[in-house]
Design a binder for this molecule. Structure first.
Ligand code: FAD
Ligand code: NA7
Length: 457
């Protein structure tokens, strides 16, 4: 019998890549590491950042994973997501702006993973179909389809890390009368670019990041009018002319939507920006996380380890203020549990720890408290491992400045710059304002960028 522990990582997006890097870094520092296999259903890594023009199904007939669109620029400052042990300075060798476009962030994630030499651990175009746990052997059987060779195989693992993300399976509510709408109805998951909505009256359903960003992207690309319909509370930004917010839709009759305040409007297209489902079709119900999109999903000790079966771990399952460096903090901790460097407390102790954090989360009342909650959560993780601690309070400060910049002007916040928490380097002011830039490519972005003082809105 094979005595080396085997670990399966499912998904090679930023979270899975963080797990790969975590194991490599332990190996580099002289630790013996388990046999690690990462299954990725796409041909390349990067998860959401691996852009595809496709919608619906991919070239293998699998559900398209990424919800990103061509013109996406980071929606938060890069200084808040920077890896503590692979900085933007190290990757780009010069200051870049605070809100890079998608391709540039992919380049950064890819750069670190390539530097770690972990590509050979990933089986690309391999989709995980089923994960089962045997209570007697305390091992998982993982069933995988090789999408290129059309071969199904099963392998046995001691630990499974689920890093398949939770912004891929659309939450699609029914809306009274929507079947009578003559125009196009899509979910944000299928939105790839706003050019085709130029001249149109758009109705976006939802009041969070997707509605906000698809709304202003569409405005930038010449939509005639954008209305966003919120369920709980308006986003409350100072929207430019041609963009407004209304409460929830009461009903739709043909091209006309009526809102619950009695107002109505005529629209050409509807985009449902109504969020995503935690959906893990390869997991049986007893291992399957079910949660709304929030900062402390139930059932996960320290936000990562499945309480009912601590050989199963989830990375990146939270709603995300922090992203890449939070995935690192989680990955380093899970790695240390698996290596035995960190001790897993008893089930009762874990439950008490989860209760304490869940109670605290219930007390979170506004965005500032939410950011602090996630910062403290990350601090708690990093304190358990050798991941470099960084100034989380400074990241919180940057997040709050970002929020204030957005309030001041939703169209110029991406022109602002912040200092790196890791290196102190001040970001460069981008050569072109976000609202004027129509070429989002890496090449265009990296054209010479003068460093200048902070842009004022
Ligand atoms: P994902 O990136 O979703 O990666 C999961 C991986 O798992 C994918 O590669 C997928 O192919 C693979 N996979 C799924 N199922 C299987 C299976 N059964 N078998 C094998 N492989 C599988 N974050 C930011 O920091 N800044 C932003 O500006 C930002 N913008 C965003 C915009 C959109 C539209 C969305 C949806 C998200 C955005 N995010 C942003 C958050 C984003 O979720 C994270 O940055 C990050 O991509 C999450 O990484 P992940 O690895 O957890 O999941
Ligand atoms: P979010 O942040 O989960 O938000 C989903 C939004 O959809 C939120 O405003 C919800 O309203 C709204 N929603 C959900 N169901 C309905 C129904 N039935 N009717 C009306 N509105 C509804 O998802 P996003 O896509 O915006 O963002 C996800 C990630 O993608 C994020 O991390 C970004 O980085 C990009 P609520 O406020 O709950 O009342």
């Amino acid at each position: 019998m094979n005595s080396v522990k085997r670990v399966a990582i499912i998904g090679a997006g930023p979270s899975g890549m963080a797990a790969l890097r975590a194991f490599k870094s332990a190996e580099k520092s002289g630790s013996e590491i388990p046999e690690v296999v990462c299954y990725e259903k796409q041909d390349d890594w990067g998860g959401q950042w691996n852009f595809t023009w496709r919608t619906g199904t991919d070239g293998y007939g699998e559900p398209v994973h990424s919800s990103m669109y061509r013109n996406l620029w980071s929606n938060g400052p890069k200084e808040a997501l920077e890896f503590a042990e692979y900085t933007f300075d190290e990757h780009f060798n010069r200051p870049i702006s605070s809100y890079p476009p998608r391709e540039v962030l992919w380049d950064y994630i890819n750069g670190r993973a390539v530097q770690s030499g972990v590509k050979e651990l990933v089986r690309f175009a391999h989709v995980v179909r089923r994960v089962e746990f045997d209570d007697e052997t305390e091992q998982f059987t993982v069933t995988v389809d090789d999408l290129r060779e059309h071969v199904t195989s099963t392998e046995v693992f001691d630990e499974v890390i689920v890093s398949t993300g939770h912004f891929s399976f659309p939450n699609v509510p029914d809306i009274a009368g929507i079947e009578t709408f003559p125009g196009e109805v899509i979910h944000a998951h299928e939105f790839r670019g706003a050019e085709r909505f130029a001249g149109q009256r758009l109705l976006l359903v939802g009041g969070s990041y997707s509605a906000e960003d698809i709304g202003i992207q569409s405005h930038k690309m010449g939509a005639r009018h954008v209305t966003m319909s919120y369920r709980s509370r308006p986003q409350g930004f100072a929207w430019p002319d041609g963009v407004d917010e209304r409460p929830q839709i009461d009903r739709i009759d043909g091209g006309v939507a009526t809102f619950i305040d009695g107002s109505s409007g005529e629209f050409d297209a509807i985009i449902l920006c109504t969020g995503y489902l935690h959906h893990y079709p390869f997991l049986p119900e007893h291992l399957h996380l079910r949660s709304p999109n929030n900062l402390y999903p139930g059932g996960l000790y320290r936000g990562v380890t499945w309480q009912a079966n601590p050989h199963l771990h989830y990375l990146g399952a939270q709603d995300q203020w922090f992203t890449f460096n939070m995935f690192d903090a989680q990955a380093w901790y899970v790695r240390d549990l698996i290596l035995g460097r960190a001790q897993l407390p008893s089930a009762d102790e874990r439950a008490a720890h989860m209760r304490q954090w869940a109670d605290r989360y219930r007390g979170v009342e506004d965005d500032a408290a939410a950011v602090r909650f996630q910062a403290d959560y990350i601090r708690d993780l990093i304190e358990q491992t050798d991941y470099p601690m960084f100034d989380l309070d400074e990241v919180v400060r940057i997040f709050l400045e970002w929020k204030a910049d957005k309030k001041r002007n939703i169209l110029t916040y991406r022109d602002q710059v912040y200092p790196s928490v890791m290196t102190g380097t001040m970001a460069a002011v981008h050569h072109t304002r976000w609202i004027d830039e129509l070429d989002d490519s890496r090449e265009r972005y990296l054209e010479s960028q003068p460093t200048a003082d902070r842009v004022t809105s």
